[in-house]
Design a protein around this ligand. Structure first.
Ligand SMILES: Cc1ncc(C[n+]2csc(CCOP(=O)(O)OP(=O)(O)O)c2C)c(N)n1
Length: 327
């Protein structure tokens, strides 16, 4: 087992990963079966858990996190309470963004978790801006910005990473390469398929490709990256992972189109199973503890659903609050 990582820490990561999976599976059910989550967008993080959990375990409360629309899992890894998170999914007043953000636009100021963005790559210049504030005010904070593989071909990526490179801003850019942007394979849209190599073009540190299914490998690499970024500026990491569901709820044929690859990941490279197997190998008779963690995760999600269902909808006053109007 990895040096310097305690059993408690590993079990905590196991808990977070199981909680994310359970939360996302429940959202899927609440959308398709119960019809309590509505709208046409719901992008699940299932399959990516080790990348989010391992990466965010390296941060302190003063640091910042920003991501795209696959954001619920990241929010949980950042410590956002599943109750207001689930309420947000249902558009309730008690939601983490007052029910006005929904699945794609949730954020928590308290956690320095800045969301949740629907425009592909649109959050990347914001990551640069947040890092500029940290550098300017000498707060010592670092920003972790997650990026989809598809977003690396968007102009925002070039502008944001170039500027962060030029100004040596403290950002750890983590590309979550799940091999598909919506339905387009990386090799069909990108000449240089080793996405981490783009670091060279921006004069930032290239920390290579990592196995994004392995929470320990993610943690160790990102830990080194965060330490580097705090004093020396930006770093780029490519985390290889796999998503278990279609791009979003409107993509209904993903599991058929990528059936063999998907089965291979679920059966042989699942991040939660991988960690469970390592724990079982290292610590004798740990199975009951893992079972207990699973049961706790189910209970937490049950309670979050209960909380959300019993929460009020936003009022008309809520809906028109926080809107800037020039008189
Ligand atoms: C600027 C912009 N262009 C196009 C879209 C439509 N769109 C939504 S997601 C997506 C693909 C993004 O793929 P990736 O960044 O790899 O993220 P993944 O869904 O695989 O996690 C596209 C083209 C959009 N939302 N914004």
């Amino acid at each position: 087992m990895a040096k310097g990582i305690s059993k408690e820490q590993l079990l905590n990561w196991y808990h977070q990963m199981v909680l994310i999976r359970e939360f996302e599976d429940r959202c899927d059910h609440l959308y398709f079966v119960d019809k309590k989550i509505t709208g046409v967008y719901l992008h699940l993080y299932s399959g990516h858990e080790a990348t989010g959990v391992g990466a965010l375990a390296t941060l302190g409360p003063q640091d910042h996190v920003i991501t795209a629309y696959r954001d619920h899992g990241i929010a949980i890894a950042r410590g956002v309470d599943p109750k207001p998170l689930m309420a947000e999914m249902m558009g309730k007043r008690t939601g983490v963004s007052g029910g006005k953000g929904g699945s794609m636009h949730l954020a928590s100021r308290e956690h320095n978790f800045w969301g949740g963005y629907a425009i592909v790559g649109g959050h990347l210049p914001l990551a640069t801006g947040i890092a500029l504030e940290a550098q300017y005010n000498e707060t010592g904070a670092v920003v972790i910005s997650f990026i989809g593989d598809g977003a690396t071909n968007n102009g925002y990526f070039h502008e944001a990473v170039n500027m962060a490179g030029a100004w040596k801003l403290p950002v750890v850019w983590i590309i979550e390469n799940n091999f598909v942007a919506m339905g387009t394979r990386v090799e069909d849209s990108t000449a240089q398929t080793e996405l981490h190599k783009r670091a060279i073009a921006y004069g930032i540190k290239d920390m290579g490709r990592i196995n994004g299914q392995d929470v320990i490998e993610v943690y160790e690499t990102v830990k080194e990256a965060v330490e580097y970024a705090r004093t020396n500026g930006s770093v780029l990491i490519e985390s290889l992972t796999y998503r278990y569901k279609g791009h979003g709820v409107s993509d209904k044929t993903y599991s058929e189109r990528f059936a063999d690859e998907l089965r291979d990941y679920q059966e042989n490279r699942d991040p939660i199973t991988l960690l469970a197997n390592r724990l079982k190998k290292e610590y004798k008779n740990i199975e009951p503890e893992l079972e207990k963690i699973r049961a706790e995760a189910v209970k937490i999600v049950d309670e979050s659903v209960e909380f959300a269902l019993n929460s009020p909808d936003p009022t008309y006053e809520d809906l028109i609050a926080h809107i800037y109007v020039e008189e």
